[in-house]
Design a protein. Structure first.
Length: 135
């Protein structure tokens, strides 16, 4: 299996101050609202809502699911990239700090093995081995 998995730290204040105005700006030639609409046409799975994304950014960015997060990144890299002069701090200024990535076949396979259920199963086994009353 190949691919890349990236991990981001979120700065809620910068997201509200810098990312939200970009996503809400309908004067950009390839605006986010139209991008979400066309993305939903391209797939029968994992449809996202522009209104839900905007509401989650305003209220609690941590409620954004991975499909919504992916649409934001696709828009930034595929569409907004054409109208921006990128610099090293561009994503940081939007409140999206990359804190790590997995990019080799071995790293990704191990991560997937520990995925949602793998980590919980591993944790359960450790917890069950510990004497009662210890943490």
């Amino acid at each position: 299996m190949s691919g890349r998995i990236e991990f981001y730290k979120i700065d809620k204040l910068k997201i509200e101050a810098n990312l939200l105005p970009l996503i809400s700006d309908n004067n950009i030639s390839k605006n986010f609202k139209e991008f979400v609409f066309s993305s939903n046409l391209d797939t029968e799975y994992f449809k996202v809502s522009y209104e839900n994304i905007i509401e989650k950014i305003k209220s609690n960015f941590f409620k954004i699911n991975h499909n919504e997060f992916e649409v934001i990144f696709k828009w930034i890299f595929e569409c907004y990239d054409e109208e921006l002069d990128w610099d090293a701090d561009f994503l940081d200024n939007l409140g999206l700090y990359e804190i790590g990535d997995l990019h080799s076949r071995e790293e990704i396979s191990i991560f997937i093995c520990f995925g949602e259920y793998g980590i919980n199963d591993f944790d359960d086994k450790l917890t069950n081995r510990m004497p009662h009353g210890t943490i």
